[in-house]
Design a protein. Structure first.
Length: 276
């Protein structure tokens, strides 16, 4: 069977040549790592929150898929993303890039940008630009930024730009947009677990703008820094050692939610111009 559409490109993270092909019943992806194509059904493509391939290819793939897929055969999560891209248009989006989370004296500079095809997060080091944690528009709109410590005004503005790009006939509702947190109102918390008998442990630190989760076993260890929003919407990232503390963690974050009906921070109305 011949593909409806194919894209050949360099992957954002590895710069390996790759190819994505859209068929009537599936999507296939091939690159130099695979001995045979990876095959995805349509639900799988809609349900992942990261871009498949690079941002532009992923965006074009989703726009093609909403034309050919059978809506009734999709999962509820897939329908949410289908509805998002069914009316989404990127014509009015102007790229905006800001430096984010770069520490003074650090040789690595971190950036976040809104592009015509999604949210690009990348860092620069030794003259090289390397992508990391890029996001679909839909993932940013429903679940918030992937990177931590993104400025409140920027979160609000980018969320509004995306909302405005959905158009007035979209089935996506305002209340489906991710919540805004006032990071300055988050109380610092430290949760730690130690097992001296096995020389292992774990930690979870809530900061004003991020959550650090990690652990160690013997001499090996490591951790990750997540956005506040990612922990709010995906608390499965919290280690099992802190399962008992999940309610307390959620309560700590909940105290920083901005209740927008009581504030001036709102989504733009559909087809309204973003504020200057």
């Amino acid at each position: 069977m011949e593909a409806i559409k194919s894209w050949e490109f360099e992957e954002a993270y590895s710069e390996q040549k790759a190819k994505i092909s859209l068929f009537n019943d599936r999507v296939e992806m091939m690159n130099s790592y695979y001995k045979k194509p990876r095959i995805f059904n349509f639900n799988e493509i809609f349900e992942i929150n990261y871009p498949l391939g690079n941002l532009q290819v992923d965006y074009e793939l989703l726009k093609y898929m909403v034309i050919i897929v059978n809506y009734e055969q999709l999962s509820e999560q897939a329908k949410l993303v289908y509805n998002f891209y069914k009316t989404f248009e990127n014509n009015a989006i102007e790229e905006c890039c800001i430096e984010n989370n770069t520490k003074k004296g650090d040789s690595v500079r971190n950036f976040s940008s809104i592009t015509k095809f999604g949210i690009r997060n990348f860092y620069e080091r030794d003259g090289q630009s390397i992508d990391q944690n890029n996001q679909r528009f839909s993932a940013f709109f429903f679940y918030g930024p992937e990177v931590p410590n993104l400025d409140l005004s920027l979160r609000k503005t980018w969320r509004g730009i995306i909302w405005n790009s959905l158009g007035k006939y979209s089935l996506v509702q305002k209340n489906q947009a991710f919540l805004l947190f006032d990071y300055s109102k988050i109380k610092l918390h430290k949760f730690e677990y130690n097992n001296p008998y096995k020389n292992e442990g774990a930690y979870l630190y809530i900061n004003q703008g991020d959550v650090q989760i990690g652990g160690w076993s013997g001499r090996d260890g490591g951790g990750q820094t997540h956005s506040i929003e990612k922990i709010w919407y995906f608390d499965s990232l919290i280690y099992s050692e802190f399962e008992f503390h999940k309610a307390e963690i959620r309560k700590t974050l909940e105290a920083a939610i901005i209740h927008e009906q009581d504030s001036t921070i709102t989504l733009y109305e559909p087809n309204a111009a973003p504020p200057a």
